[in-house]
Design a binder for this molecule. Structure first.
Ligand code: NAD
Length: 290
C-alpha cells in the first residue's frame, strides 16, 4: 500500500483563501483590519526567513503586518517595554515574538507579558490553561494545523487512537490536548518512554514532534495509519549541501501508512496559515465577537 500524501501547501492555500474572505467581511462590517505585530530580535537567518514569510502571507490575506527588527544586544526591559506598548495599541490584534531570543532575554518572561487576548502563538499560560480544560482560547499554531490536516483525512476523529511523540509546550503537549477534546484516545510518548515502537504501532494517527531525523521507522507504523510528521531537520545531502527531512523515515513509512505529511510541504505551511487564523480570532476577541 502506498500512502496518500497530505499536501500541506494546498491545505494552507485553501485556509488562507477562506481567511481572506473573512478578513474582507470583518473590514466591511466593522471597519477593522486585523493587525499582526512580529518582533524579531537579532539576526538569526532562519528566523529572518520565517518573519519575511509570515509578513508576506499576512498582507496576502488582507491583514496589516507590523514588523519590528531589533538588535541582538537589546535588553530584556527594552523588549518588555515594546510588548507593553503593543499590548496597548488598538491596531495591533496579535503579537508574535519570534523565538529563539538572545541569551540575555528570558523568553518565558517576554511571552508571559503578551496580553492573553493578543497571544497569537497561544503560548501564554492563560491560553494553555484554557486548552487544558477544553475551553475556547488561542491554540498554538502547529498543533492546530495538525488537527486540521487530521480532520481532512478522517471524517470523524471520535474514538481514534492518537499517539503523540514529544511533549513540548509548543507542539506535543497542546497537540495531545486538542485531540483529547476531539474525543480521541491519546497517548503521549517522549524521550523516557520505554517501548516507543510499540506505542507508535497502536496509533491510528501518529503525530511526531521530536527533532530527530528518521527516528520513526516504517515498521513502527500500523498499516493504514495517518502519520503527521512535525519534525524539521537539516541533514547533509549526498554530493554536498543540505536538505530538510522530518522525524519519520518517509520512504519506509509511505509504504505502510494510509496518509502521510511530507517534509517540507506538510505541517510547515499549515503553521503559518494557522497563525493568520489565530490573528483573525484575536481581532474578533477585540471586537467582542468571541
Ligand atoms: P523540543 O525539543 O522542545 O521537544 C522535543 C520532544 O521530543 C521532547 O518532549 C522530548 O521528550 C522528545 N524526545 C526527544 N528525544 C526523543 C526520543 N528519542 N524518543 C522520543 N521522544 C523524544 O522540540 P519541539 O519544539 O516540540 O519541536 C520538535 C520538532 O518539530 C523540531 O524538529 C522542530 O523543528 C519541529 N517543529 C516544526 C514546526 C513546523 O511548523 N513544522 C513547528 C514547531 C516545531
Amino acid at each position: 500500500m502506498t500512502a496518500s500524501i497530505i499536501d500541506g501547501k494546498a491545505e494552507a492555500a485553501r485556509l488562507r483563501l477562506r481567511l481572506a474572505g473573512e478578513v474582507a467581511a470583518l473590514k466591511a462590517e466593522y471597519g477593522v483590519t486585523p493587525g499582526l505585530a512580529v518582533v524579531l530580535v537579532g539576526d538569526n537567518p532562519a528566523s529572518e526567513v520565517y518573519v519575511r514569510n509570515k509578513a508576506a502571507q499576512t498582507r496576502e490575506v488582507g491583514m496589516e503586518s507590523f514588523e519590528f527588527r531589533l538588535p541582538a544586544d537589546l535588553t530584556e526591559s527594552a523588549l518588555l517595554a515594546l510588548v507593553q506598548q503593543l499590548n496597548g495599541r488598538a491596531d495591533v490584534h496579535g503579537i508574535l515574538v519570534q523565538l529563539p531570543l538572545p541569551p540575555q532575554i528570558s523568553a518565558e518572561k517576554v511571552l508571559d507579558a503578551i496580553a492573553p487576548e493578543k497571544d497569537v502563538d497561544g503560548f501564554h499560560p492563560m491560553n494553555a490553561g484554557l486548552l487544558a480544560v477544553g475551553k475556547p482560547g488561542l491554540v498554538p499554531c502547529t498543533p492546530l494545523g495538525c488537527l486540521i490536516m487530521a480532520k481532512g483525512v478522517h471524517e470523524s476523529l471520535v474514538g481514534l487512537d492518537v499517539v503523540v511523540v514529544g511533549r513540548s509546550n509548543i507542539v506535543g503537549r497542546p497537540a495531545a490536548q486538542l485531540f483529547i477534546t476531539e474525543s480521541c484516545t491519546v497517548t503521549v510518548a517522549h524521550s523516557r518512554t520505554q517501548d516507543l515502537p510499540g506505542e507508535c504501532r497502536r496509533a491510528d494517527i501518529l503525530l511526531v514532534a521530536v527533532g530527530r531525523p528518521n527516528l520513526v521507522r516504517g515498521d513502527w507504523i500500523k498499516p493504514g495509519a495517518t502519520v503527521i510528521d512535525v519534525g524539521i531537520n537539516r541533514v547533509p545531502k549526498e554530493g554536498g549541501g543540505s536538505r530538510l527531512v522530518g522525524d519519520v523515515a518517509f520512504d519506509e513509512a509511505v509504504e505502510i501508512a494510509g496518509a502521510i505529511t511530507p517534509v517540507p510541504g506538510g505541517v510547515g505551511p499549515m503553521t503559518i496559515a494557522c497563525l493568520l487564523a489565530n490573528n483573525l480570532t484575536c481581532a474578533r476577541i477585540a471586537l467582542g465577537l468571541v
